[in-house]
Write a protein that binds this ligand. Structure first.
Ligand SMILES: [Zn+2]
Ligand SMILES: [Zn+2]
Length: 67
């Protein structure tokens, strides 16, 4: 059950450091995320790292939504 995200190894995002659209890839994750689940992406041009929100397990600034 691990092949679902196999196409998510590279994606195009806006890099604030390059001030433009750049390909991003996922560096080696030290947090134990599964491949494709890690929210951390790095610009292949400058290495600028960003967190993308699709994986909401990133840094639990958890709003206690008890509703
Ligand atoms: Zn960049
Ligand atoms: Zn990770």
């Amino acid at each position: 059950m691990t092949a679902l995200w196999s196409s998510a190894e590279c994606r195009s995002e806006h890099c604030a450091s390059c001030a433009g659209e750049r390909p991003f890839e996922q560096p080696g994750c030290a947090d134990g995320h599964e491949p494709g689940e890690c929210p951390e992406w790095a610009c292949v041009s400058c290495g600028h790292a960003i967190l993308l929100g699709s994986a909401q397990t990133a840094r639990p600034v958890r709003l206690l939504a008890t509703v």
